[in-house]
Design a protein around this ligand. Structure first.
Ligand SMILES: C[S@@+](CC[C@H](N)C(=O)[O-])C[C@H]1O[C@@H](n2cnc3c(N)ncnc32)[C@H](O)[C@@H]1O
Length: 377
């Protein structure tokens, strides 16, 4: 019945990755409010969750009174990550984009009813920020126990690297804190387990005994500007049989016009040696951020195409590269790799570029669903 469902507040809701993760987790829950200032993301959210209350407002503009009127059992949030990304300027709490997060930390101890559960997602780098330090202090002050982890979707068998920081917190009756000094790259143990029991495993058992794929095995030619070490990492990722193949996440051929996603000649010529190319048989892809940097290759004679490329005229080079039929993942394929259900869609007016951008800002639904189950169990 309705009143036994967890009441959830979704902050920085974007396109609703957290909402989908709640659904995927199977936990009886209801998002009582979602909040975001981005109008594009909000259009997409409304399109997919027309019955959810969505506030198109800044979080720092929401008062204690307004939060108290909601009361919620759980807060899920992915604060803006630019202040913490390694490539960014690392403005941390001095960055104005952290203001809203500090506002939440200010309100939490003052709420008339504190949520029992909190889940926060952020980029790698957050764990060493002062924002994280403030968060932890606030949680301890408010009587929460918490666990922190770094997880990539590869650990749930999805061929996409997206190492992210997660913190799950639970309001405890006893006053024990569960702060661990090292952040494990693994799912936390279900409630009750001591943080000291964490074993630091980043991936499921090695598939070294599995038979490597002939077609991804080749690798004699270092046709790209990559180090031997990178090439080896890619090869070993492709041999990890606990991770599914890229082809399981592709749109069925004929469903969409893939010509739309082919790389234009200029891009091919300029970036051919820097592209991260994967094939349908691969078991890896790079992290999607603002654009979809990961590419897909549809033919297999890659080595022969790339051989001697640097000695060719621009024209010949282009002819060779065009043979590869290199294309970008479509937004739907990116969504598939991020664990979004088939029911997720974009409203007509959202451009392809906007679709990539909002997906790049979102999260892996399957990873968060699993964390939510562990938190609530
Ligand atoms: C990392 S994204 C979160 C994405 C979301 N989890 C999803 O699945 O799409 C951060 C979101 O926070 C929003 N945001 C940033 N600052 C905000 C603020 N001060 N108030 C409300 N929303 C904000 C951005 O518009 C962006 O959609």
């Amino acid at each position: 019945t309705t009143n036994t469902r967890l009441r959830v507040l979704e902050l920085y809701s974007g396109i609703g990755g957290m909402h989908y993760a709640l659904q995927e987790s199977g936990i009886p829950a209801q998002v009582v409010a979602a909040i975001d200032v981005n109008t594009t993301a909000n259009q997409i959210y409304r399109h997919n969750f027309p019955d959810t209350t969505l506030w198109n407002k800044t979080i720092e503009g929401i008062t204690l009174d307004e939060f108290d009127k909601l009361p919620v059992d759980m807060i899920v949030m992915s604060p803006p990550c630019q202040p913490f990304t390694r490539v960014g300027l690392q403005g941390d709490i001095a960055d104005s984009r952290t203001k809203s997060f500090l506002h939440i930390l200010h309100l939490l101890p003052r709420l008339c009813r504190r949520p029992r559960f909190i889940l926060l997602e952020n980029v790698k780098g957050f764990e060493v920020s002062s924002a994280r330090q403030r968060l932890v202090e606030t949680l301890v002050e408010c009587g929460y126990t918490f666990q922190e982890t770094m997880i990539s979707p590869t650990s749930v068998g999805i061929p996409n690297s997206r190492l992210r920081y997660f913190l799950t917190a639970k309001l405890s009756t006893a006053n024990e804190s569960s702060q661990s000094s090292k952040i494990p790259e693994a799912f936390p143990h279900p409630a009750g387990a001591s943080p000291h029991q964490h074993s630091v495993v980043s991936s499921p058992p090695s598939a070294a005994t599995g038979r490597p794929d002939e077609d991804t095995q080749g690798g004699h030619v270092l046709y790209k500007q990559e180090t031997e070490r990178e090439a080896q990492r890619k090869t070993s990722q492709n041999q990890d049989l606990s991770v599914r193949r890229i082809r399981d996440f592709l749109e069925p051929p004929g469903d969409v016009n893939m010509e739309h996603y082919l790389l234009p000649p200029g891009t091919l010529l300029r970036y051919s040696l820097l592209l991260d190319i994967v094939q349908p048989t691969c078991r890896r892809s790079v992290c999607f951020t603002k654009g979809a940097e990961a590419l897909l290759l549809c033919v297999l004679q890659m080595e022969s195409v790339f051989a001697g490329l640097d000695q060719m005229s621009e024209d010949d080079k282009l002819q060779q590269l065009l043979k590869l039929k290199l294309r970008y993942f479509s937004p739907r394929e990116v969504a598939n790799l991020m664990g979004f259900p088939q029911s997720f869609s974009f409203p007509q007016q959202i451009s392809t570029k906007q679709q990539y951008r909002v997906l790049g800002n979102s999260l892996n639904v399957v990873v968060v669903a699993r964390l939510l189950r562990l938190l609530v169990s």
